[in-house]
Design a binder for this molecule. Sequence first.
Ligand code: AHM
Ligand code: MG
Length: 336
Amino acid sequence: MSKVITLNEFIISRQAEFPYAKGELSRLLSHIGIAAKIVNREVNKAGLVDILGDSNDINIQGEIQKKLDVFADERFIAALKASGECCGIASEENEEVVTFEEDMPNDGKYVVALDPLDGSGNIDVNVSIGTIFSIYRRISPIGHKATREDFLQEGTKQVAAGYILYGSSTVLVYTTGRGVNGFTLDPSIGEFCLSHPQIQTSQIGYIYSINEGNYLHFPIGVKKYIKYCQEIDNQTHRPYTSRYIGSFVADFHRNLLKGGIYLYPETESHPSGKLRLIYECNPMALLAEQAGGKATDGRGKRILDIKPTDLHQRVPLHIGARKMVELSETFMAQYS
Ligand code: AHM
Ligand code: MG
């Protein structure tokens, strides 16, 4: 029987890859793993407990009910704080940077950007949802509060990124810039175990993922690319399969393993696309590139090279198999 490698064993075994590493990033990643298990527990019993109400609802005990995304946000913030290595957090749930000024010395070297529970529309209907995280080395001086500037760094500066998918099983996938590895939670022992070592994605896939309900509002280049995906051509395995869950983490994970492209282009209601650069697109772009894929804004700009100007900034996204992303960009260049 082959030996099971747990997430913590794996993190520690990889620490030596970083010269002068003192284990700080390892500790941070381990704490993310702990928060993931706690959130997973709540996600799994979401249908049983009264946790799905509005954040402002008062339950029968007179307590304020928390929506699962607020709960996840609090859990991840608590875990990152407990690690002692993180001095600030930017999250989809919080307008401003979260810092720990009162009771922390602010000597953590890292900041973490977070979408604590993505795919919120799927929470109460038992469809996969996920957490996305992105870790940067702070640029503000150690000992002071983290600043917005710590988060407004290009995606190329990420030291680690990953996601947790709460699906038919719970999977944690992460990269520290040396390949992508995936771990599946074994509920019987409560550990994430290495299940997908060194993930590589296909150069060309046969799945396209986009919310086609918005078709009329897409740029012409995207419309033409969708039509290309739907055309019949045996040699290029077309028509491709259309798959869209509406949970970015789940759609990305499927395409990463099976080969495909995910698109969220600009539309009338979302003129810069819908997804957020700092805590949705950048971490996934790093994972995609590390797995041999590609991520751009559809107009020739690499996602990881965009200099963010706002914590919650949105950006159009074409991500996945390298050749599919490149072809979608060719259509955009020609028609849009
Ligand atoms: P959220 O952060 O509010 O959950 O929104 C992000 C989600 C992604 O998970 C998903 O890919 C996308 O929104 C779906 O959007 P749409 O319903 O417009 O297709
Ligand atoms: Mg989100």
